[in-house]
Design a protein. Structure first.
Length: 388
């Protein structure tokens, strides 16, 4: 008990030293590199989180503890240097370094995460702004499931995981340089069933933070009289866009079936752009999951042809664009496939990044009722079909 308290005390002292250090050194850094930082709009932020693990499975009740998490952020306050920044009302773009001891659980260990994020302004006043933060990155958990030494950890089957962060926060501008904030959200660790078991960790969080701007901020582009519409932007042509992608995933199910399985998927979306930010449309996909054969065999279901496990699906699609990066959401239902123990509906979240005018990369998470099925990596091609 005493060792645990000492460990917690050391953690608090460490974060306190880090906060004091960067505030003491910020002025000297600012004095030496004023010109360099002037256009970068860099801000340093320290944040203290209060967390607990949401037990969304009965086996997770043993992890019902409350504990702190510590966060150091470096972010850039956009001012409209590119058009998408202006159209999204000048979001904050940053990277977060996150740590928690997860309540000193002997089964979970500690959690480390690093994730880029975007803070989207929702409402804005002179000194108060409400933001929604979306962060996606990598997490490292010091302990994972082991059938002999750590069989109670059914949450995580791998040390490397995806780290997701969703948060609503309010920022108050105290002075030209200091900003304080308070927020509430959710942190999530999961490997997307790359390796089972994978219940995942859901951590509701409440937090407070303080930030310091390294230099005087740039004025917003609206004050620079930039036009909202650009000359020759619309030439009268009307079109819809077709995206076709292929992706590949691995499902390591050795804890259940003693084997790895592979997933192959072809999917696409037919989209109509309705604004600078948004596209709506319909999607289709065909997926082959090798683990479905084992699931059918376990349920004593005869499989005459492997092609019978291919799952065709149709979905509603929405894409939100941020320059070369975009997020695609699909909500769909299966039209076939012999193994459908997860139900007839599915959800997909894809991150797309354009590497040329027509070619893009994608990372796609597929889930059933919020439970991750697989994470696939692939390439895609898109083209426009003009009808006027």
């Amino acid at each position: 008990m005493i060792k645990r308290k000492v460990k917690k005390f050391r953690s608090y002292i460490l974060i306190f030293i880090l906060i004091i250090f960067y505030f003491l050194t910020a002025n000297s850094v600012n004095a030496q590199f004023q010109n360099k930082f002037r256009t970068s709009n860099l801000v340093l932020e320290s944040r203290l989180n209060y967390c607990f693990i949401a037990p969304h499975h009965l086996e997770m009740q043993i992890f019902n503890k409350h504990f702190p998490a510590y966060e150091i952020n470096i972010y850039k306050a956009t001012f409209g240097k590119t058009r998408w920044e202006y159209m999204y009302k000048y979001p904050l773009i940053g990277i977060s370094f996150w740590y928690s001891d997860l309540g000193n659980s002997p089964y979970l260990g500690s959690a480390y995460a690093i994730f880029p994020y975007i803070n989207f302004p929702l409402t804005q006043k002179k000194k108060t702004v409400l933001y929604f933060r979306l962060g996606v990155g990598l997490g490292y958990l010091t302990k994972k499931f082991d059938p002999v030494e750590n069989y109670k950890n059914l949450c995580i089957g791998s040390t490397i995981n995806a780290a997701l962060n969703f948060m609503f926060e309010v920022k108050w501008k105290i002075t030209k340089r200091f900003v304080v904030s308070a927020g509430a959200g959710l942190a999530h660790f999961s490997n997307g069933t790359i390796k089972t078991p994978n219940f995942g960790l859901n951590l509701p969080i409440f937090n407070a933070g303080i930030a310091y701007r390294l230099s005087k901020g740039n004025p917003y582009s609206r004050k620079k009289l930039l036009p909202e519409l650009f000359p020759y932007e619309f030439d009268g042509e009307k079109s819809f866009e077709i995206n076709i992608s292929t992706a590949f995933a691995v499902k390591d199910m050795q804890s259940e079936f003693g084997k790895r399985y592979y997933v192959y998927t072809i999917f696409g979306n037919i989209l109509k752009q309705v604004s600078y930010k948004s596209k709506f449309g319909i999607g289709f996909d065909f997926s082959y999951d090798g683990s479905d054969l084992k699931l059918l065999e376990r349920n004593n279901t005869e499989v005459e042809n492997e092609l019978s496990i291919i799952k065709p699906g149709i979905s509603a699609a929405y894409e939100i664009m941020m320059s070369k990066l975009s997020l695609v959401f699909n909500l769909g239902m299966y039209l076939g496939g012999k193994e459908r123990s997860d139900g007839t509906s599915y959800e997909k979240l894809a991150i797309k990044y354009k590497i040329s005018k027509s070619i893009y990369t994608n990372i796609t998470l597929k889930a059933h009722s919020g439970r991750a099925d697989f994470v696939a990596f692939g390439l895609g091609y898109h083209f426009n079909v003009f009808y006027y």
